[in-house]
Design a protein around this ligand. Structure first.
Ligand SMILES: CC(C)(COP(=O)(O)OP(=O)(O)OC[C@H]1O[C@@H](n2cnc3c(N)ncnc32)[C@H](O)[C@@H]1OP(=O)(O)O)[C@@H](O)C(=O)NCCC(=O)NCCS
Length: 215
């Protein structure tokens, strides 16, 4: 098993963490549609957004380090915080706008379409989850999710996330998520998954969120 340290990101690790997430998520279908066919431009666009997001995020993402280098990132906004606070918006909007008018418009459309499906119930909002390209499939993502699960179960609140890749639904289902809804956004199939904390799963079964409310 790969030796890893998993812990919350520190402020001085923000740029390295953003780079890992941007490179790992370069080829996700929704990013190709939103940011265009040039892989280098997609990495640059995602890097800008993650740098801004990790600066204003209500909770530091978990990171996985191997030999001192960040190899994975797992973000999660605690209940009540997945809609960014108003003071945080300018930084994120500027980062999005620097990607050009077309990508900016498509980013807003995509994020609005995702957030329209946020559950009304109090929930943790998971993402981004990403592992360095050369190290995917080695269990790093699962180990970050397991660390996050400990927090989710201790907190006793449900979790919610979106993904645009069918193989990721399998990855999340192993961590106790179930598919709650599907939608076509900008011509890209997206899945919405929910996870109930372990003690609640035992008590009420695997009840899905309503996918239409707002958080
Ligand atoms: C999705 C991701 C975080 C999973 O982390 P990981 O360390 O690769 O996953 P693990 O090794 O813990 O688990 C492997 C499982 O993840 C799923 N998976 C998804 N993408 C994968 C990839 N690129 N490579 C390998 N497994 C992947 C498969 O179900 C796999 O199960 P299998 O080995 O039985 O096929 C990582 O592959 C990644 O960064 N992918 C690109 C970015 C992305 O899509 N992030 C999620 C956005 S919602």
């Amino acid at each position: 098993m790969i030796e890893l340290e998993i812990r919350p990101m520190r402020a001085n690790e923000r740029i390295e963490a953003a780079g890992v997430a941007a490179r790992a998520m370069r080829d996700n279908p929704i990013h190709v549609v939103v940011f265009g066919p040039d892989p280098a431009r997609r990495v640059a666009a995602l890097d800008r957004i993650f740098r801004a997001l990790f600066r204003v995020a209500p909770a530091a993402p978990l990171i996985a380090l191997r030999a001192g280098f960040i190899v994975g990132v797992c973000g999660a906004a605690p209940p009540g915080t997945c809609r960014l606070a108003v003071p945080a918006w300018p930084r994120v909007l500027i980062a999005m706008a620097r990607n050009g008018l077309g990508p900016f418009r498509r980013t807003l459309h995509w994020l609005e379409a995702w957030s329209q499906r946020d559950p009304a119930e109090s929930h943790w909002h998971v993402g981004p989850v990403a592992v360095d390209g050369g190290l995917q499939g080695l269990g790093i993502g699962s180990r970050m999710l397991a660390a996050l699960e400990t927090t989710l179960d201790a907190d006793g609140e449900p979790a919610w996330l979106e993904t645009d890749k069918p193989e990721n639904t399998v990855f999340y289902q192993r961590a106790g998520f179930t598919i709650s809804a599907e939608a076509e956004i900008l011509g890209t199939r997206c899945w919405f998954l929910t996870r109930h904390p372990r003690q609640e799963r035992g008590r009420v079964g695997n009840v899905n969120f309503s996918p239409t409310g707002k958080s």
